[in-house]
Design a binder for this molecule. Structure first.
Ligand SMILES: [Zn+2]
Length: 427
């Protein structure tokens, strides 16, 4: 045994291997020894969101002992296949509470403080108490919110105000784990285009030359239903309706020699559901907790140290592939940069069309935007009196309201901070 505290519990046996010896990438100043276990035990760490079971279990088994967890959901019967801390008798109870009780019971000495609600319910003072935040949130909006909160909290004179954010996300067989050192490395907002809404398949492809089984299903869904059953409102929960679409898609797929149409794929495409895959969640959560462990213990350099990789992507749908790279910080990031982000707009487009388009633009993704220039209010969603005063602008063309290259400030109720954009005219 090297210097340091002798571990008394067999459960830390595997940590000894990492904590008692140096690795090829270990910092020269790092001292091997089990004292690091105390550092882990004393660090308050926050976990949030859908990867929760995996993250909570991993953190507790990595030596973290003061874990807080935020989740707003209650347990549904469909969660039980992968969210292994829950049992049938827990259905209907808050996830955060049940998960906390389960892990506390199994890993003695760990304290888990649950909060059932939204991350947005908490303020700066709350987030300030943690050493770092590990997120497995399932909504991009919640990710952007916590990111903006942590970036906003950084005070250059107080190093403790910088809270590393470790973010994991999955979509079917794909996933990613990334580390954000707020203000130092690329933030979630810098990387927003990585979450671009999926492009719709052009209608002409569906109607003329389908290439994928999904195209045949979309054809049945959008075109065939409309032609043959337009008096019936499609109910995606009705098995008879899904079966009808499945059979239609199947015969179209045969016509074009496209294999692969199945009933469950039909259900997935029509309901726009990407299934949560237990193995992807496990891999991504493990990667996140590995990063948390490296940051807290200094045993090895984590993702996100400036000038190195900060983003690990994983895909498991066509064999197994991972790629780790540096996503660079953007000077025009509305959260951590100081320049306005450039948006190409058509001067002939109306303000109303422009605002509607904000939801789909990969670099904006705002659903209820209000907009003003330096000098005047262009359109406000709230309060009602201001909405009424500015409503007439919605039908005006952008060229009548702003100059080419002019900066606008866009605010959205889902975010605390406003976004700065520079509108550049393009026909
Ligand atoms: Zn940024």
């Amino acid at each position: 045994m090297a210097d340091g505290v002798a571990p008394t519990e067999a459960k830390w046996r595997y940590l000894q291997n990492v904590l008692n010896r140096r690795g090829p990438f270990t910092d020269p100043d790092w001292e091997p020894g089990m004292t690091t276990l105390e550092t882990l035990a004393n660090m308050k760490i926050l976990g949030a969101g859908g990867l929760g079971c995996e993250i909570l279990k991993n953190l507790a088994l990595s030596g973290f002992k003061d874990i807080h967890v935020i989740d707003m959901d209650t347990i549904d019967v469909s969660n039980l296949n992968r969210q292994f801390l829950f049992r049938h008798s827990d259905v209907g109870r808050p996830k955060a509470e049940v998960a906390a009780q389960f892990v506390e019971k199994r890993v003695k000495g760990v304290k888990i403080t649950p909060y059932c609600g939204k991350i947005q319910d908490k303020d700066e003072e709350y987030y300030m108490q943690f050493g770092m935040v590990v997120c497995g949130l399932d909504s991009i909006e919640a990710r952007r919110w916590i990111n903006a909160m942590l970036v906003g909290m950084v005070d250059e004179d107080s190093p403790d105000s910088l809270k590393p954010l470790i973010d994991g996300g999955t979509e079917g067989f794909k996933g990613q784990a990334r580390v954000v050192l707020p203000t130092m490395t690329s933030c979630i907002e810098c990387q927003l285009d990585m979450h671009a809404p999926r492009a719709a398949v052009p209608l002409c492809t569906l109607a003329t030359i389908p290439r994928q089984p999904q195209h045949c299903i979309e054809w049945a869904h959008i075109i065939a239903w409309e032609e043959e059953r337009k008096d019936i409102t499609l109910d995606t929960d009705d098995p008879e309706h899904i079966t009808w679409l499945y059979n239609k898609a199947l015969s179209r797929a045969k016509e074009f020699n496209i294999p692969g149409v199945t009933y469950s794929m039909t259900q997935g495409v029509v309901k726009n559901i990407i299934p949560a895959i237990a193995s992807t969640n496990a891999i991504v959560a493990a990667s996140c907790c590995n990063e948390a462990f490296k940051i807290a213990s200094n045993t090895n350099p984590p993702l996100g140290i400036p000038e190195t990789s900060n983003y690990m992507m994983y895909t498991g749908d066509d064999s197994v592939y991972t790629y780790t790279f540096e996503h660079q910080k953007k000077d025009d990031c509305p959260v951590c940069g100081n320049l306005a982000r450039k948006l190409d707009v058509s001067p002939k487009c109306t303000l109303g069309e422009f605002l509607e388009g904000m939801a789909e633009r990969p670099e904006a993704q705002l659903k209820k935007p209000s907009i003003r220039t330096e000098a005047k209010s262009l359109y406000y969603q709230f309060p009602p009196s201001l909405e009424e005063q500015t409503r007439a602008n919605l039908t005006k063309k952008l060229v009548e309201l702003v100059g080419d290259g002019e900066e606008v400030v866009v605010s959205d109720p889902a975010f605390q901070q406003p976004f700065k954009f520079k509108l550049v005219f393009r026909d």
